[in-house]
Design a binder for this molecule. Structure first.
Ligand SMILES: Nc1ncnc2c1ncn2[C@@H]1O[C@H](COP(=O)(O)OP(=O)(O)OP(=O)(O)O)[C@@H](O)[C@H]1O
Ligand SMILES: [Mg+2]
Length: 278
């Protein structure tokens, strides 16, 4: 299963991605963590120190085209996805040559990969984040994760969803804070998911009983798959101190996603193409 965690800036995407990853590893499951955000918080929270030698989707973009036997100048990413959609081209369990290069093996059951948009040359360069995110969009679309759960920490807001970066994911977790702005952004993302056949559910994070929490349940309650209370351990990035109730919430949320039946990969990608007028 491929899961992406999206939401407003600061809503708790990286914290929840980290919690989910940790929970799955503790359950002895295989996890592939992917950091798609500029700030690379997820990479950091997972204890990996990114450096110049580290592999990244951004640096391996040309190699991805070579691996797929295409010329990057002549083939558009959406054509590459369309041509290969019926076959998986990348594999986590018995890794192909590209996967071997881009993944950082963190343990027997744990791989990590990053888009690496937070490096100085990207920040100061001219390339736009959409272009730089294309290799991950292609990879996720053509990836057979099989025994692995893929957890993608998303970029804040609607932009990358609109771009289709997470359309290959089987489930989007929309993280919503019980605040005015938190609800506004969650609704924008929810609407976009609704019109583009994306499977999703909401997590109310930093939950506290207030009028905004009531509003979330009144207006979007049917899509809420769980809540996580305000937690001092999470706030301090001290995972040893995280409350047992938070860990239980993550376990329940994972179960909810597992039993969810929604749109297939082909349906989702076709809908995206249709919306974009292709
Ligand atoms: N349930 C929680 N209880 C207390 N603090 C939390 C909780 N969830 C997240 N936080 C804190 O909120 C802040 C933002 O969290 P986090 O970095 O996970 O958000 P994000 O959505 O990934 O942010 P960004 O958009 O910058 O990537 C951090 O200080 C984090 O420790
Ligand atoms: Mg983050």
């Amino acid at each position: 299963m491929k899961i992406a965690v999206v939401g407003k800036w600061g809503s708790g995407k990286s914290s929840i991605s980290r919690l989910l990853t940790q929970y799955l590893l503790q359950e002895k499951q295989k996890v592939c963590a992917i950091d798609s955000d500029h700030n690379m918080d997820f990479t950091d929270l997972l204890g990996y120190e990114f450096n110049e030698e580290s592999p990244s989707f951004r640096d391996l973009y040309d190699e991805l085209f070579v691996f797929l036997d295409k010329d990057r100048r002549e083939t558009k990413p959406k054509e590459l996805i369309r041509e290969n959609l019926w076959y998986s081209r990348f594999f986590l369990d018995t890794p192909d040559d590209f996967t071997k290069k881009v993944m950082i093996q963190q343990g027997e059951n744990f791989k990590l990969a990053t888009l690496a948009l937070g490096t100085e040359d990207v920040m100061l360069g001219n390339s736009c984040a959409h272009g730089l995110s294309n290799p991950l969009k292609i990879y996720l679309s053509l990836l057979d994760e099989w025994k692995y759960t893929v957890v993608v920490d998303g970029v804040a807001g609607v932009d990358m969803i609109n771009f289709g970066l997470y359309h290959a994911c089987d489930y989007l977790i929309i993280v919503v804070e019980p605040s005015r702005n938190g609800i506004k952004v969650a609704k924008q993302i929810k609407n976009l998911c609704d019109i583009s056949s994306v499977n999703y559910g909401l997590i109310v994070n930093k939950y506290q009983p207030n009028a905004y929490a009531d509003q979330i349940y009144e207006e979007m309650g049917d899509k809420v798959i769980g809540s996580i209370a305000y937690d001092e351990g999470l706030f301090a990035y001290d995972y040893e101190k995280i409350a047992e109730t938070v860990k239980k919430s993550i376990a329940n949320i994972y179960m909810e996603m597992q039993i969810f039946k929604g749109f297939s990969l082909i349906e989702r990608i076709r809908k995206l193409e249709e919306l974009k007028g292709n």
